[in-house]
Design a protein around this ligand. Sequence first.
Ligand SMILES: Cc1cc2nc3c(=O)[nH]c(=O)nc-3n(C[C@H](O)[C@H](O)[C@H](O)COP(=O)(O)O)c2cc1C
Length: 194
Amino acid sequence: MNSVTYQESSIFQRKSSRLHHPEKIIPKSLILELLKAAQWAPSSSNKQPWRYIIFDKSDPEQFKKGLELLYDGNKKWAKNASLLILAVAEAEDEEGKFIPISLHDLGLANENILIRATEAGLVTRPMGGFDKAKTKQFLELPNSLYPLVMIAVGYPGDKNHVDPSIAERENAPRQRKNLSEIAFFGNLDNPIKE
Ligand SMILES: Cc1cc2nc3c(=O)[nH]c(=O)nc-3n(C[C@H](O)[C@H](O)[C@H](O)COP(=O)(O)O)c2cc1C
């Protein structure tokens, strides 16, 4: 594998976007690639607790059903996405006990989707802002399946595709905590400085 700098890496290139092209469709082969990226994520005891339900705009009725699950603030821009991917965790063991690590593993698989989409020239935005009770009911999910996020995936759009208030939010600088707030050598008294 060729070496790339941090700045060139898809981890650094990825960012969440609300600007999706409203008319483009993602070919089935590329949808499969995104799902394969998730499939190859690591997981605790290789349990692979991720499940994905796809709402694809090539089937407008199907896409509309996914869109209906989102809260209004997200609907406004996510209507332009080409794909809505509902990420669900198999989050209970045989005795019905919650398995917290399943949410971690689903997150790893989700990030793989975001990264692969970025490499393929797509834009993405994960959303916690959707109605989980309605989702469980509508999709008749068993109790063991926990719908965690909906991921909007599309081709890059521009500001004319969204309300001005949403376009403005896209201009906001991306924020990150300093490394010294999140990472430590040995114990919490020893923050790691850049
Ligand atoms: C679990 C999760 C839930 C999120 N929910 C929403 C959401 O409902 N609506 C939204 O516009 N963005 C949502 N985001 C996107 C975050 O706001 C975004 O990831 C964060 O601001 C960092 O920006 P970046 O992804 O460009 O690095 C969510 C992200 C994650 C990981």
